[in-house]
Design a protein around this ligand. Structure first.
Ligand SMILES: Cc1cc2nc3c(=O)[nH]c(=O)nc-3n(C[C@H](O)[C@H](O)[C@H](O)COP(=O)(O)O)c2cc1C
Length: 215
């Protein structure tokens, strides 16, 4: 079982900075950002990964360029500094397109219906969906922050297929028990929970009763 990554037990070179590439696959995470609404989830995830000293391999879909611009006034290029490597959508010869390139897993945040459906069907024409398919076939962890509502039977069938294939379907559903004071608090909670699914213990405040117990 992979040990927990938390502060002190990070591989030292990765705890310091992103370069060079880690020899330890447990420090390596693939992040996909698609064109579903909620680009902020992807950006916040990248920031949290950086704080954890992870080696991030990033795929941003063409549609995500639109949502990044529309929702955050950002360009995909602005995210480059938050990733160790960024892959073009059509780079199917990329390291992350091969199962021999070991990673801890992959988080797609936010995940569109289009990307989810492509992964479910295994057609995987882009770098992002190929990487997700590889993660599944190698029985690593794939977490999909699927954002769409409402869902029709076809969506649900594809989601069931993915769940049976081992994917973790984690829609970014707000948790009001944290009594959020801002949208950022809701986003942090979702991102913290997504990282938890990969046994990555971020410092984002996201645990039930954690804050009041500290007092
Ligand atoms: C502003 C905006 C918001 C969108 N929100 C969603 C969404 O929440 N969920 C979704 O599945 N698609 C959404 N879409 C549509 C996707 O961007 C579109 O299906 C695209 O083909 C997805 O491609 P990708 O999966 O390669 O990123 C949105 C599009 C735009 C322009």
């Amino acid at each position: 079982m992979p040990r927990r990554l938390q502060g002190d037990n990070l591989v030292p070179s990765m705890a310091r900075k992103h370069e060079p590439m880690s020899a330890d696959w447990r420090n390596r995470l693939i992040v996909g950002i698609t064109g579903a609404s909620g680009a902020i989830f992807g950006v916040r995830l990248l920031e949290a990964c950086r704080a954890l000293g992870l080696e991030v391999h990033l795929c941003v879909s063409k549609a995500a360029e639109l949502t990044l611009a529309h929702e955050l006034e950002m360009r995909a290029a602005d995210l480059k500094t938050l990733a160790h490597r960024t892959y073009a959508p059509g780079d199917v010869g990329a390291a992350i397109a091969s199962g021999s390139f070991k990673t801890r897993g992959m988080i797609v945040a936010p995940c569109s219906i289009r990307t989810m459906s492509e992964i479910a069907c295994g057609t995987t024409v882009s770098t992002l969906t190929r990487a997700a398919d590889v993660v599944l076939k190698e029985q690593r962890k794939l977490v999909l922050l699927l954002r769409e509502t409402p869902l029709h039977a076809g969506h649900l069938e594809n989601l069931l297929k993915l769940a049976r294939m081992g994917a973790i379907i984690a829609p970014p559903v707000p948790a009001f028990y944290i009594k959020p004071q801002s949208v950022d608090a809701l986003v942090d909670h979702t991102v913290g929970r997504a990282l938890d699914l990969l046994d990555l213990d971020s410092e984002l405040p996201h645990r039930w009763r954690e804050v009041e117990n500290q007092g």
